[in-house]
Design a protein around this ligand. Structure first.
Ligand code: SF4
Length: 444
């Protein structure tokens, strides 16, 4: 029987297996598509609403998200006005609509001032009847952009979860990430959240940083645990094209770094399981007492997503779309400028996206479910596609033979060995067509 390495390769850490298909598989449409008929045929009673704020204080060296640093006040104001136009347009397109989840992400949403955040949230409430007291919501923030006023305001809205990117509590490591951050700033931000907010707290940390040792990694996790976060996201460090770190190091992840990262992953996993956390995915660990542990995490295999703002993606069953995608500052800036000038009528159309046929929808369902610890529900799959997943995806038998999955009457789950290779498996499961599109994408 072939080994894992012979089938999947030796690179455990390749790319984040986020939503499928990746945005680099999207293309400009030959003719803009009207959104009203597209959404009219969708189920709209349990959608995910995502709003994107594409601004940050500084560009972290590892980050390839759609964001721009230090915009001037006028740029932010014009962007916000465009966002409010888009909200109004979508309300006319979608209503009646009900959002089951809401996320405000970026970039850094708390880059906005408190009055700007308030205008945005009031518009969402007015047009979509969005009330965070009864819609689970996540708002992302960063240490340098929150203060008592903003945290108190977000808490008063009923925000369920605040997510903060700390990455490391060791100053030299944050410098090595090209994101210098004094530990005192990270601690002050966490203190502010714990003092002025009753929201659940999610902390992001990164492993695989230059100079990071088992001891320093353990120290960062312990430092985070002092604030009793409800969730921790542990991200392996990827050096992606056109990012700050890419300009310094051109190599992919060398094999000795791969094994070091795997060691750090295992160390953290053991530490968090011992501390009473459950593993939700390769990256995510949740405190068992967290209230969100009692509800399923949102899975967009079945429910659609409405993404508002430049860079946000929207998912209907058969079509995913967004504004154009770029990583370099110059192109991000021009995409945001273009977005900021769009009229209400412009927002009625999609011009950039990818169509998913039945095979790709099945593949998406499998990737989005299998990479979570709770696994792929056989019943849910059959109910959705009226077929057997093992017939539709012969790759699953290969993963099982390699000992990376285990199958019961109810589900297929990654084993411990599979879970630590989730990014590798996610990458391996990408279809030939989508991979070709991704490879043909010219990153700018
Ligand atoms: S990691 Fe977060 S804070 Fe840093 S540049 Fe990316 S979006 Fe901004």
């Amino acid at each position: 029987m072939p080994s894992v390495e012979e089938v999947l390769g030796t690179e455990i850490y390749r790319a984040y297996a986020y939503s499928y298909p990746h945005k680099s598989a999207y293309r400009a449409l030959s003719k803009p598509m009207k959104l009203q008929p597209l959404w009219a045929s969708e189920k709209r009673d349990s959608l995910f609403l995502y709003v994107h704020i594409p601004y940050c204080q500084m560009r972290c060296g590892f980050c390839n998200l759609f964001t721009l640093v230090r915009p001037n006040d006028r740029q932010v104001e014009v962007y916000l006005e465009a966002l409010l136009r888009q909200i109004e347009t979508y309300a006319a397109l979608l209503n009646p609509v009900r959002f089951a989840r809401f996320a405000l992400g970026g970039g850094t949403p708390t880059f906005l001032t408190q009055p700007q955040l308030q205008r945005l949230m009031e518009a969402l409430n007015h047009h979509f009847n969005l009330n965070l007291h009864d819609t689970p919501a996540t708002i992302e923030c960063s240490p340098g952009t929150i203060d008592q006023e903003k945290v108190t305001y977000l808490n008063s809205l009923g925000t369920r979860r605040l997510s903060i990117g700390i990455q490391s509590f060791i100053e030299q490591e944050t410098r090595n990430l090209a994101r210098p951050q004094p530990p005192a700033e990270a601690h002050a931000a966490l203190e502010t959240i714990r003092t002025y907010s009753s929201s659940e707290l999610n902390v992001d940390l990164i492993y695989g940083i230059d100079g990071q040792t088992e001891q320093s990694w353990r120290y960062s996790i312990d430092s985070a645990l002092n604030y009793q976060p409800d969730e921790l996201y542990l991200y392996p460090l990827y050096i992606r094209k056109l990012t700050g770190l890419d300009k310094i190091k051109k190599d992919r992840i060398a094999s000795d770094r791969q094994s070091h990262m795997l060691k750090l992953y295992r160390l953290a996993r053991g530490q968090l399981l011992d501390a009473g956390y459950e593993q939700v995915s390769m990256r995510m660990f949740r405190r068992q007492t967290a209230t969100s542990a009692q509800q399923p995490i949102y899975s967009c295999q079945q429910d659609g997503m409405v993404g508002l703002g430049a860079g946000a993606r929207s998912y209907t069953r058969n079509f995913h779309y967004s504004s154009e995608y770029a990583v370099g500052r110059h192109d991000i800036k021009s995409i945001i400028e273009h977005y900021s000038q769009m009229t209400a009528d412009d927002f009625r159309y999609a011009g950039y996206g990818v169509t998913l046929d039945e095979k790709e929808r099945q593949r998406r369902f499998v990737i989005q479910s299998l990479l979570l610890a709770e696994g792929l529900s056989l019943h849910q799959y059959t109910e959705t596609f009226n077929s057997q997943v093992t017939n539709d995806m012969p790759e699953l038998a290969v993963l099982s033979e390699l000992g990376l999955t285990q199958t019961s009457d109810l589900d297929i789950r990654l084993t411990e060995a599979g879970l630590e290779r989730a990014d590798m498996i996610g990458d391996w499961l990408i279809s030939k067509d989508i991979r070709q599109r991704m490879q043909g994408f010219e990153l700018r």
